[in-house]
Design a protein around this ligand. Structure first.
Ligand SMILES: O=C(CO)COP(=O)(O)O
Length: 256
């Protein structure tokens, strides 16, 4: 069964409401680039979700970059899953490497976030990836496997099937260096094999695996043309509407 490709932007801590409005207006003018065979989403700062929901072309879904794994409570500064649902949020990132390294998120907390996202009817995008030291010491597959197992631990096979795993080597994020498409494919294939072993063949067949790390309009097709890579999670190159539209065109081409 064919998996629908997913082009997902991660805006990180960029864009005010005014800047988000400009992005949405510009992308709306280029919406012919958003082909029907691909799914699109933008994971934006909480403060911009409303304006994006109202103004983005309807093909582009709304995603959040973080969530706290409780329904409500005395957790100053945090955002609860029902608050995201109310905005029409369909995807939520969990375990981005910046959250793991800058904010000390553990595999245990990330697993609880994934569970909370799914429990509230949204789709989790579990981010995994090795750092440079781990890559150079040949630990990539072991590190990624540990993060995948812990992140998805509380989900059933059918919930895993509906989720997304984003393989983002830490050394490739914002560095201008990418994994080779072949290396990214090899890790994606290992992730799929692991999910087949831990859950079942159907979950492995259905779960979407994205590559992230210095993806640009001129290299995205080389990743999407790999058999186990179903899309891209894009930081810097997703901030500009024309660049987003160019990637949409390239993804449509790669899947044609
Ligand atoms: O971290 C990323 C997406 O989540 C990747 O960022 P860049 O595309 O800017 O390298």
């Amino acid at each position: 069964m064919a998996r629908t490709p997913l082009l997902m932007g991660n805006w990180k801590m960029y864009k005010t409401v005014g800047e988000s409005r400009s992005f949405a207006e510009s992308l709306a003018k280029q919406s012919a680039a958003l082909g029907a065979s691909v799914e699109y989403a933008v994971c934006a700062p909480f403060t911009t979700l409303h304006v994006l929901r109202v103004m983005l072309p309807s093909q582009v879904k709304i995603g959040a970059q973080n969530v706290y794994p409780e329904k409500e409570g005395a957790f100053t500064g945090e955002i609860a899953p029902p608050m995201l649902v109310e905005f029409g949020t369909q995807y939520v990132l969990a375990g981005h490497s910046e959250r793991r390294t800058l904010f000390g998120e553990t595999d245990d907390l990330i697993g609880r976030k994934v569970r909370a996202i799914v429990d509230h009817g949204m789709r989790a995008v579990l981010c995994v990836g090795e750092n440079l030291t781990e890559k150079e010491s040949g630990q990539t597959n072991a590190v990624v496997a540990g993060q995948v197992i812990a992140g998805l631990a509380s989900l059933s096979a059918s919930q895993v099937a509906e989720s997304v795993v984003a393989y983002e080597p830490v050394w490739a994020i914002g560095s201008g260096k990418t994994a080779t498409p072949e290396d990214a494919q090899s890790v994606a294939s290992e992730i799929r094999k692991l999910i087949s072993e831990k859950y079942d063949a159907s979950a492995a067949e259905k779960v979407r695996i994205l590559y992230g790390g210095s993806v640009k309009p001129n290299n995205i097709a080389s990743f999407l043309s790999q058999p186990d890579i179903d899309g891209a999670l894009v930081g810097g190159a997703s901030l500009d509407a024309t660049s987003f539209a160019d990637m949409a065109k390239a993804v449509g081409g790669a899947q044609a």
